[in-house]
Design a binder for this molecule. Structure first.
Ligand code: SAH
Ligand code: SF4
Ligand code: F3S
Length: 450
């Protein structure tokens, strides 16, 4: 879709309000928050809910075709029927910006800035340029420059994200992430501890450590010793006001015995693991270049459950990878039956430009993918319901995150990442205890303990 207005040229006025719209993974959510904080420092403020913003940052995702195409309809919606003065200044950030920067600039003249995921610290300069009527693109990937240049954290929410690792060297044959986020890097230990402390000082009680391959994080600690993610978790656990630690997303090949042991030994580390497997067929896993087998994955989960018997497991699946036969898809269903996930995400394979799988033979017909996805999701929902039903009758601690739909209702997260609602006297950020009394696949109810 072509935008209906010309670019917003030299308005000679700085935007006063902004809105950052983040799509895709949690790392984009984290980046979106950091961009917002940077724009605050430039003297702008977040546009109130329901009001138009002077500057809109579309923080995009390139993982599947549908996600990537969304930006053109969003740009159309932002500019449709608006005069040049009224249309907002538009910045495209995130993984589509990285992958298709030049194309966006030609296809969407209403866009003033294109900024890749490793260049966010340049956003304020780019806004200055846009005010002068100059469009700019920055998709450089200077390792780690952005984190040091980002402003101090001042987010006030009980649950906070903290990106510790970025990028991917795995090159699964279907995936764009190694191209959009670049090579694997780990952020230095000291900066992470400082950022965590600032998040906790401003109200965070739970921190989720983020990375495309978060369990590949490794660095030297403050005494110069090489440590892995388990070492970082153990250090964070020493901070008194931090109650809960999580991490996501892991790759099966990056697990260390130390990280598995941390699940048995660190109380603050929550019993929840998101570990994508993609397929239950070794032939398909090989074609995907996953570098692990179905058995290897199951063995790892077994060790995890030995360390932490109540571990809730989650995963990602792709159905309809090129050449996937009915029998191979059945192997995925068998793996799901064996694992009994507490929850899981499943996607239809989407060919991505520039990835090896996009040009493989035997692309699978849409109807076949639809049917496989439905069957897989039915199995996942069955297990999710069973997992939730299993918690009925137990007492469980919740971190209260937000108000519920009705007056007097609250929503909190259980250690196993279930959203549980209850009524009564509480505040956002409280840790409360509830008795779980009812559970569906997507909704669980608790009663507050006095
Ligand atoms: N680093 C993580 C997550 C990467 S992206 C990992 O390795 O698992 C999140 C999920 O999107 C993937 O786990 C995969 O299930 C899905 N995905 C990635 N590329 C895809 C594609 N081309 N089509 C469909 N799903 C895809
Ligand atoms: Fe993509 Fe594979 Fe890297 Fe995950 S491990 S980000 S799926 S290439
Ligand atoms: Fe999407 Fe980029 Fe995340 S492609 S899933 S936003 S790393």
């Amino acid at each position: 879709m072509k935008p209906t207005t010309e670019p917003r040229i030299a308005p000679n006025e700085r935007p006063k309000t902004y809105r950052v719209k983040s799509f895709g993974c949690q790392m984009n959510v984290y980046d979106g928050e950091r961009m917002g904080e940077m724009l605050d420092e430039q003297g702008m403020s977040a546009a109130p809910e329901g009001e138009d913003a002077d500057l809109v940052v579309l923080n995009t995702c390139h993982i599947r075709e549908k996600a990537a195409e969304k930006i053109y309809s969003d740009i159309g919606r932002l500019t449709k029927g608006k005069t040049q003065e009224k249309a907002p200044m538009i910045a495209v950030a995130g993984c589509v910006a990285q992958a298709e920067g030049e194309e966006i600039m030609t296809r969407a003249p209403a866009v003033s800035m294109v900024v890749g995921p490793q260049a966010y610290h340049r956003l304020p300069d780019m806004v200055d340029n846009a005010v002068k009527g100059k469009r700019s693109t920055d998709t450089d990937m200077p390792a780690i420059a952005k984190f040091g240049a980002l402003p101090t954290r001042k987010r006030r929410a009980p649950s906070a994200f903290l990106t510790v690792q970025e990028g991917c060297d795995k090159f699964c044959t279907y995936c764009v992430v190694p191209y959009t986020r670049g090579a694997e890097i780990s952020r230095p230990f000291t900066g992470l501890i400082e950022e965590a402390k600032r998040l906790i000082d401003s109200g965070a009680r739970e921190i989720t450590l983020l990375g495309q391959n978060v369990n590949a994080w490794s660095h030297e600690d403050d005494k110069g010793r090489a440590i892995g993610l388990d070492g970082l978790i153990r250090e964070l656990a020493k901070i008194p006001d931090l109650q809960r630690i999580r991490y996501t997303t892991s790759h099966p090949n990056d697990f260390t015995p130390g990280l598995i042991a941390a699940h048995a030994e660190v109380d603050k580390l929550m019993p929840y693991l998101h570990l994508p497997v993609q397929s239950g067929s070794d032939r398909v896993l090989k074609a995907m270049n996953r570098q692990h087998t179905a058995q290897g994955y199951l063995k790892l989960l077994e060790k995890m459950r030995e360390a932490r018997p109540d571990m809730a497991l989650s995963g990602d699946f792709i159905v309809g990878f090129p050449g996937e036969t009915d029998a191979e898809f059945e192997e995925t269903l068998s793996l799901v039956d064996e694992v009994r996930y507490a929850q899981a995400y499943s996607f239809k394979y989407s060919p991505r430009p520039g990835t090896p799988a996009a040009t493989m033979d035997n692309q699978i017909a849409r109807e076949v993918m639809d049917e496989r996805l439905q069957r897989l999701q039915a199995s996942i929902n069955r297990d999710q319901l069973a997992f939730n039903a299993n918690t009925v009758g137990t007492t469980c601690s919740l971190l209260v995150e937000r108000k519920g739909k009705l007056e007097g209702q609250w929503l909190g997260k259980s250690p196993w990442l279930q959203s549980i609602w209850f009524e009564g006297d509480a505040q956002i950020g409280d840790m409360v205890e509830v008795d779980v009394i009812e559970a569906g696949a997507n909704s669980v109810q608790g009663v507050l303990r006095k």
